[in-house]
Design a protein around this ligand. Structure first.
Ligand code: PGA
Length: 231
């Protein structure tokens, strides 16, 4: 019963939303859409309540002189119920402190943060050290569920994916690590894989016992692909 999380990045428009509104969801599929912020409200109105709608990033402060940023509270006001924190395409602008405060601002508004973690190509040898640091944001996490998307940075948008056995090892390590950090939230951990997921490879990832779903970028813009993936 995978979670299918569609990350449109800076793509998509009303027309694509209208196409999404006709998509069928397979039994037990949990569908999440992360459109650009100005489309969140329209998405909320066009898509059925089965869809969870969310943001791609947020600023922790409710307001202020931060041109171009979107606050968590405004996201929540327009219908977002979840938000990515630390997507690798944002990490170059958003430092650890920014991400930490965004994570907890989302929690405080009862929005589900989706923490994105992953190593760069030249960090593969020290992947567990990199992930340990990125997961430390969860030290004070308090929401009923913890959602983490593991996306090797080198797999995003490149068409390259890691070997499934290596990914399984990483996911089992991540689950254990979160359990160590939050021992009382054992059953509420949701782990997503992201990075060049598409129709041809997603079932292989979803079949892994430690992977609860996927964070899908490029393929979520191709209606023919996402239609099949959601079934
Ligand atoms: P991709 O993007 O599926 O296009 O690789 C994934 C993501 O950025 O979350």
């Amino acid at each position: 019963m995978p979670i299918i999380c569609c990350n449109w990045k800076m793509n998509g428009n009303r027309e694509l939303l209208e196409q999404y509104s006709n998509l069928q969801l397979g039994q037990g599929v949990k569908a999440v859409l992360l459109p650009p912020s100005p489309l969140i409200n329209i998405a909320r109105n066009l898509l059925s309540d089965c869809w969870l709608i969310g943001g791609q990033s947020c600023h922790a402060k409710a307001s202020g002189a931060y041109t171009g940023m979107v606050s968590c509270s405004v996201l929540s006001e327009v219908g977002a119920r979840c938000v990515l924190v630390g997507h690798s395409e944002r990490r170059d602008f958003e430092d650890a402190e920014f991400l930490r405060s965004a994570y907890y601002a989302a929690e405080n508004l009862a929005m589900q943060p989706i923490l994105c973690i992953g190593e760069k190509w030249d960090e593969r040898e020290e992947v567990f050290a990199v992930l340990t640091k990125q997961l430390s944001i969860l030290n004070h996490a308090n929401s009923p569920e913890i959602w983490v998307a593991y996306e090797p940075r080198w797999a995003i948008g490149t068409g390259k994916t890691p070997v499934i056995s290596e990914v399984e090892e990483i996911f089992s390590w991540i689950r254990q690590k979160i359990q160590d950090i939050k021992p009382r939230q054992l059953s509420k951990i949701r782990l997503l894989y992201g990075g060049s997921l598409g129709l041809d490879n997603c079932q292989q990832f979803f079949a892994s016992k430690n992977i609860d779903g996927g964070l899908i970028g490029g393929a979520s813009l191709r209606i023919d692909q996402i239609r099949e993936i959601l079934l």
